[in-house]
Ligand binder design. Structure first.
Ligand code: MG
Ligand code: MG
Length: 253
């Protein structure tokens, strides 16, 4: 069931979104060669808790970190570790959620570690541009399939592929709510977009095949062909005044 939010609830979600966005910006600013993914996770946890919120991912299904931090061919659900060190040329995906006064925010971005190849920069840009193309489709009376189609068309048009197995989602009192928001689809298909909907739109893009598998740690998802991947996500609301990006803050890329 899709849970619509009233303006008061969307206001609260904007607070959760702000804390989420701030934590992501702070972690992104700390990305550099030699830093561990655990260090980034500590920055995120500290900011979220200092803000009076709790990290949405910590303990979710038993997840051990406050954020999912995934490097290069890792797509999502990377586990922060003191043993994972960032190297020049890596691309690192940081996915953050904060729970505040009953609601969640969910946001992710991909950061370059030092100087990266042009191909990797194009991959990063593609996830962000795919997001923009997707949310441009969000309007009263539209369909979920309009979003996915726009994301897919943009990414495949640039020679990349979109991950199929993992998708965007409704977000609110629960971190993952209905509906699913795939990064592929057919225009005019899927649930109808309605004022009060709050969804996480999150293109996950591969430089090679979209086929993925989970590593034996039970969490980390990688591309089967070990292609590089990028991820960009914001929690957005469809309001009477149009689309509002709830997790965007000053400094958001
Ligand atoms: Mg996320
Ligand atoms: Mg999400």
């Amino acid at each position: 069931m899709i849970t619509l939010k009233n303006p008061e609830q969307i206001k609260l979600m904007k607070e959760a979104g702000r804390i989420t966005g701030e934590a992501l910006v702070l972690a992104g600013e700390a990305v550099r060669e030699g830093v561990t993914t655990k260090h980034l996770d500590d920055i995120i946890r500290h900011h979220i808790e200092k803000s009076g919120a709790t990290p949405s991912f910590l303990g979710y299904g038993g997840f051990p970190g406050s954020a999912c931090i995934s490097i290069n061919e890792e797509v999502i659900h990377g586990i922060p570790s003191p043993d994972r060190v960032l190297h020049e040329g890596d691309i690192v995906k940081i996915d953050v959620g904060a729970h505040y006064r009953g609601f969640h925010g969910d946001s992710a971005n991909t950061f370059p570690v030092g100087a990266i190849t042009e191909d990797r920069q194009k991959l990063i840009d593609c996830a962000k541009d795919g997001f923009a193309a997707g949310i441009a489709q969000i309007k009263e009376g539209g369909r979920i399939g309009d979003i996915g189609h726009a994301v897919q068309e943009l990414c495949e048009g640039r020679g990349f592929s979109v991950i199929r197995k993992y998708v965007g989602h409704g977000v609110g009192r629960d971190l993952h709510e209905s509906p699913d928001v795939p990064n592929y689809g057919t225009p005019g298909r899927g649930p109808r977009l309605t004022v009060g909907m709050t969804i996480a739109v999150e293109p996950m893009v591969s430089a090679g095949s979209w086929d993925v598998k989970e590593l034996s740690n039970g969490w980390t998802v990688v591309t089967k062909d070990r292609s590089m991947t990028s991820h960009y996500e914001h929690t957005v609301a469809l309001t009477e005044d149009g689309v509002v990006i709830l997790t965007k803050v000053y400094g958001s890329a």
